[in-house]
Design a protein around this ligand. Structure first.
Ligand SMILES: C[S@@+](CC[C@H](N)C(=O)[O-])C[C@H]1O[C@@H](n2cnc3c(N)ncnc32)[C@H](O)[C@@H]1O
Length: 230
């Protein structure tokens, strides 16, 4: 896995753009929607209780494409990935983020240090036999009362399926639906598990956002976020 993404260190964005070109949408649209979702998570899950700072970890951050969009969302952001080349690239572009390489199922952090740990489009690259261990490891590094979140492709959305089919680094991807993700969170010992589908409408306008939120329980959007509390 590390070698696969090492080879995309300079072309990751291009490969993603190529796989979603048919939609007419740019990668930035997806990144901005994910950043909005994480910003909302901080508020809705009350991670900033008493004005405390929020320390977040992006597991499988790749080349750090999402990080410029997260400016101001967390007081401190760490990122880790099994791909050393991706981490080098991410560090060059995001000097305020603290990066480390990690093992596939071992995060290089002490227990309970993060308020939020999230993984965007990572779990479908982890072998299903290791999914539960991946969730358990996320739980280990999140403080009691903190939250972990995964953002994943929605396997029921045909356009998502097409994008995955066209994406050169998704050839071995095993997609999991939101119900399965929620079950894994529970099995890993998390509580208060929630999920929402998003990226349904190709617009960032207020009404589109409103409609998308209303339809979020249904498996319609291109992706979903599943989060749970430690
Ligand atoms: C599709 S990319 C997503 C990158 C980034 N999260 C994003 O949304 O742009 C998947 C990333 O997950 C990393 N990865 C795969 N398995 C991992 C694991 N077990 N632990 C940490 N990173 C992993 C890969 O090296 C790759 O950079």
């Amino acid at each position: 896995m590390s070698q696969l993404f090492d080879s995309y260190k300079a072309s990751y964005g291009e490969a993603v753009e190529g796989s979603i070109r048919f939609s007419g949408l740019k990668h930035e649209f997806f990144l901005a929607a994910k950043a909005d979702l994480l910003r909302r998570l901080v508020t809705e899950r009350r991670l900033r209780r008493g004005g405390a700072i929020v320390r977040a970890l992006d597991v499988g951050c790749g080349v750090g494409s999402l990080h410029p969009y997260l400016d101001g969302v967390f007081e401190r952001l760490d990122g880790c990935d099994v791909s050393q080349e991706s981490i080098l690239r991410a560090s060059e572009h995001n000097p305020d983020v603290v990066y480390k390489t990690c093992g596939a199922l071992r995060l290089p952090y002490d227990d309970s240090v993060f308020d939020l740990a999230f993984a965007s489009c990572v779990v479908h690259h982890v072998s299903p036999a290791s999914w539960l261990d991946f969730f358990r490891e996320m739980r280990r590094v999140v403080r009691p009362g903190g939250v972990a979140c995964i953002i994943e492709h929605n396997p029921y959305n045909p356009l998502t399926r097409l994008a995955v089919f066209r994406c050169p680094f998704d050839q071995d991807a095993v997609l999991l639906n939101a119900v399965k993700a929620a079950a894994l969170f529970r099995q890993a010992g998390f509580r208060d598990v929630r999920y929402e589908h998003f990226l349904l409408l190709p617009s960032a306008r207020r009404f589109a956002r409103y409609l998308e939120r209303a339809l979020a329980p249904l498996p319609l959007g291109a992706q979903y976020a599943c989060s749970a509390r430690v």
